[in-house]
Write a protein that binds this ligand. Structure first.
Ligand code: SAM
Length: 296
């Protein structure tokens, strides 16, 4: 099936070979194109346009409203860095909440921590979870774990109704459009503060330091207002706009930049491909053009 407006067919060198391309319009003036071999799924869900395609360079890819969410080849960087930084900066996270994250990659990483008793995943779109379970088994493999409680509802509403419940909250949201807009607001960060235990910590994905500078400034200012500790860190995600991605942590007590050893829970014991104790610390070392964005 062709994705109208997203895929174009051009004649290849061989006259009978059609090349298929998926193009993400990253800004009005910037596109990322990946050659694809097939489209496995496409539908309009209640909330968004959902597609899964097989790309030649990055493997299988989940696309929502034309924006790349995750690819099999580079997802480990994003999911390890959004999960293990707060999970290892907090000394004993047992109850964890993930907002968004319907592909399951963040949950998969959280479950690598032996002390975790309960992970609640609040995803607004049931179809993202169902399609990921079906077509992205490497990413979604933790969603059937008995410690995981899946709720299909708006994460903003869920967080507003929760009090002092979670050790760690991770906001693994799509870009600030549609249902995710409210996940990038001061009111939401205040509600996250209230939903965390007295020594809780939270991390949100906060877009590209090259292409979303105003958003990063605003989010950092809002999280700094809502939490006593706010820190931003970086990781490379080649398929996200700009290639370099930011995450912002808000913490009530602990320093998000400092990984901890607690009994058997040492950073070295985790099976990871990007995250290490050194990478954790280094991710918080900001180049001047990013540090500048955080100055009041
Ligand atoms: N890693 C990804 C990225 O940065 O592009 C995010 C992946 S994950 C698939 C994002 C999920 O957030 C989507 O499945 C979307 O349905 C969900 N989402 C958006 N707004 C939400 C809300 N208000 N409550 C819960 N989930 C939401």
């Amino acid at each position: 099936m062709l994705l109208p407006g997203l895929l174009s067919g051009t004649k290849g060198v061989l006259s009978d070979l059609m090349e298929l391309w998926f193009t993400e319009n990253q800004t009005n003036d910037l596109k990322l194109s990946c050659r694809i071999t097939r489209t496995l799924h496409r539908e309009k869900t209640e909330f968004q346009d959902l597609a899964v395609v097989d790309t030649v360079e990055y493997g299988r890819m989940l696309v929502l409203d034309g924006a790349i969410q995750t690819t099999v080849k580079d997802e480990f960087v994003y999911h390890e860095m959004i999960a293990h930084v707060p999970m290892l900066a907090h000394p004993a996270p047992e109850k964890v909440l993930v907002i968004g994250g319907g592909d399951g990659g963040t949950v998969r990483e959280i479950l690598k921590h032996p002390g975790v008793r309960e992970v609640t995943l609040v995803e607004i779109d049931r179809r993202v979870i169902e399609v990921s379970r079906d077509l992205l088994p490497e990413t979604s493999c933790g969603l059937g774990d008995p410690r995981v409680n899946i709720r299909i509802e708006d994460g903003i509403k869920y967080v507003k109704e929760t009090r002092r419940a979670y050790d760690v909250i991770i906001v693994d949201s799509s870009d600030p459009i549609g249902p995710a807009v409210g996940l990038f607001s001061y009111d939401f960060y205040k509600a996250v503060f209230e939903a965390l235990a007295d020594d809780g910590m939270f991390v949100a994905q906060t877009e590209s330091p090259f292409l979303n500078q105003n958003l990063i400034r605003q989010v950092y200012a809002d999280i700094s207002k809502a939490f006593p500790v706010a820190k931003l860190y970086l990781a490379p995600v080649p398929t996200y706009p700009g290639g370099l991605w930011s995450f912002t942590a808000g913490s009530k007590v602990y320093d998000p930049a400092e990984p901890r050893d607690v009994g058997e829970k040492r950073p070295e014991d985790l099976e990871t491909r990007y995250y290490t104790r050194e990478v954790h610390r280094a991710a918080f070392v900001l180049p001047p053009f990013v540090a500048e964005l955080l100055r009041p």
